[in-house]
Design a protein around this ligand. Sequence first.
Ligand code: NAD
Length: 480
Amino acid sequence: MKQMLNYIGGRYVPPVSGQYLENVAPSTGQIYSLVPDSGPEDVEMAVQAAEAAFPEWSAMPLERRYDILRNISDGISANLERLAQAECLDSGKTIAAARAIDIPRAALNFKFFATALLHFASESYHMPGALSYTLRQPLGVVGGISPWNLPLYLFTWKIAPALAAGNCVVGKPSEVTPYTAYLLGEICREAGLPPGVLNIVHGLGPKAGEAIVRHPKIRAISFTGSTRAGAEIARIAAPMFKKLSLELGGKNPNLIFADCDYERMLETTVASSFNNQGQICLCGSRIYVERSLYERFRHDFVERVRAMRVGDPADPQTRMGAVVSKGHLEKILSYIALAEQEGGRILCGGQRVYLPGPLADGYYVAPTIVEGLPLECRTNQEEIFGPVVTIAPFDSDEEALALANGVPYGLSATLWTNNLRRVQYLSTRLQAGIVWVNCWLLRDLRTPFGGVKQSGVGREGGWEALRFFTEMKSVTIAET
Ligand code: NAD
């Protein structure tokens, strides 16, 4: 059985306790590897390694830092197939998605921030008799904690800007999907990243994760995960005045108007509902359709979703793989039962899917569409994070807006309309950090990324990420 190790000070090392967690492949429900069950002692070692590496890394000429981060990007690309297979095994996502999205985007994260560091600048102001400028300096040792749904992509989305800004990192991937982060250590070593600049500690959130959050020498925490864990992290980190970036849950609305480009909208709405089994924080899980289009949409949407094949994630033809864990499978099924109790009609799906042979114990759920639920019910208010969407009609722009904004979350929203006035009106009033118009998941890495309300605080992406991982100092020099 595969035994993973922590990556600390440029070496793969076992956890101090010698304890490991069992890691299950969601496609088969079988244990396939052991993951370090790390704790505060391992985090302490990682912090010491990072502190020791900081003077050299932060003072390194930018071109050299650029070269190393580019090498990591190239290393990820060169290992695309190996990483995609690891991610498919670890998370149950389809090999097609891992090859096309997760791994290439992880490589792009390093490429993007490698080039960004060469152009990162800060302001200077002249006034009569003095010059003032803003100095942005790396923080020192920073922490990155990431979830299981896009394992390598979201892990690198934190690590790449932190390193580019000159920090040393203690990172913790999700204990549910550790494999690609484990392989990243090797890629970083081969890319010439000095020992201790990036340290990867595996383990449970309340143990290894909390040890990172509590460590007094870790100056900033960049966290992506659930709103519940984000609140806990904020509670611990706030009195220590750490910098915090929290990217949390969502319950994203799609607003579909009768004047949209229908075919494009339909195809994209199937993807935005069910890609990665609905386990993307940006998936639209509440679909609201203008009443004059509702019947047609409902018919076509249900037909397309019924035709989706749930299958072996390792088969390149599969579009719907496994959900990430037994616990998550049970959570999704419990929400489907709740939707029915709340009066929802299941238009398609609604049950666990059993595949034959070695996949018999895997965690598969049929893509599910529910109709007839009010906004206030739990199914429409709480994040399910699986292949379950609700649909409902609306009669006016105002009603669509009220439905969209009527939840505690505010991560993203998608608008389908060709009416420019409506786009302007709604996009300024939608309570969401990201609004897509006639598209979904189209990302320009230079734009700020993040949510409002219970979807988080802080912004990642572009200059925002580099700024987050630096501290500012204003220097004013008087003429002498
Ligand atoms: P999670 O909160 O359970 O875990 C995320 C990470 O935090 C894991 O590494 C976990 O070990 C760690 N963790 C958990 N409790 C912790 C604690 N008390 N202290 C420190 N670390 C802790 O989330 P998950 O189930 O892995 O991921 C799914 C969630 O992530 C969903 O809510 C989804 O919406 C959200 N998500 C948000 C974004 C975004 O950009 N807003 C992106 C992806 C996923």
